[in-house]
Design a protein around this ligand. Structure first.
Ligand code: MLT
Length: 263
């Protein structure tokens, strides 16, 4: 694991392999180890970069708010320090919100885009209220209370029934998160911009991927994004939920691998 200073945060990241760079952006409230099935696969032909958002995994908290534009700054800052001009950006859920913020703020840094289990629209007022309440809960009761709230939403029905080892892995990732990092990310997501207008302006090759059993960002959201992005392609992964890359790693890798070959 490498560390680099971005603003006032010690950012943990991995940088493996050679070739066209691919940056993987993790979901809330996990960390870069959610990409452990993708790193060995894609680093055979690509330079693969993964990172922990400030306050998650091995990255320290930042004094900056965890807004999506600030997360875009973190990615751009890391690319600068690694001497990378542009990359394929693959973001899942909150990672997808950050990827869209990067497309808005630094369009030349994104040469192709993979949006996984995410959405372009903002939260409803009720959704925002829920995030503020959960942020308070994390601050008062710690990360373990978030585990019980999140696991049933993050994993699909099939995984919950048949793959307990994945639920355990997700549990460990959430428990390792800094409660303040969780709270700040919830507040950051609640304040995110609606990216619907951006979709029609995306000119880079784009792939939209979603788990068939994703209830948090359901396939209908991916269908809408795919319809709005010029020339994009949609892949629905059977029997996978919100964490499609973990729940059906082989299918996910096949779909992303085919896309990378064509871009
Ligand atoms: C995520 O998986 O990153 C989050 O659950 C997304 C969200 O809460 O909107």
């Amino acid at each position: 694991m490498n560390k680099i200073k971005i603003n006032d945060s010690e950012l943990a990241f991995r940088d493996l392999g050679q070739g066209q760079p691919v940056v993987f952006l993790h979901a809330f409230p996990l960390n870069q180890s959610m990409w452990d099935e993708q790193v060995p696969e894609f680093s055979q032909k690509h330079r693969v970069i993964t990172l922990d958002w400030p306050g998650f995994g091995d990255s320290s908290l930042s004094s900056a708010d965890s807004t999506m534009p600030n997360f875009a700054d973190v990615v751009a800052g890391l690319l600068d320090q690694l001497g990378i001009g542009s990359a394929t950006i693959c973001g899942l859920s909150m990672g997808g919100y950050a990827a869209l913020a990067l497309c808005r703020k630094y369009p030349t840094r994104v040469n192709s885009l993979i949006l996984c289990d995410t959405r372009a629209v903002t939260d409803t007022e009720e959704g925002k209220r829920g995030r503020f309440e959960t942020a308070e809960l994390a601050r008062n009761k710690g990360a373990s209370v978030i585990v019980e709230l999140m696991i049933p939403k993050l994993l699909g029905e099939t995984t919950l029934k048949t793959k307990p080892q994945i639920a355990e892995r997700v549990r460990a990732m959430i428990e390792a998160a800094n409660p303040e990092g969780i709270a700040k990310a919830l507040i950051g997501m609640a304040g995110r911009d609606d990216s619907t207008d951006l979709l029609a302006k995306l000119i880079c090759p784009t792939l939209v991927v979603v788990g068939e059993e994703d209830t948090l960002t359901p396939p209908s959201e991916s269908e809408k994004m795919n319809a709005a992005i010029p020339g994009s392609r949609l892949a629905v992964i059977p029997k996978a939920g919100h964490l499609a890359n973990l729940e059906s790693a082989a299918s996910f890798n096949q779909i992303v691998g085919d896309f990378l070959k064509r871009t």
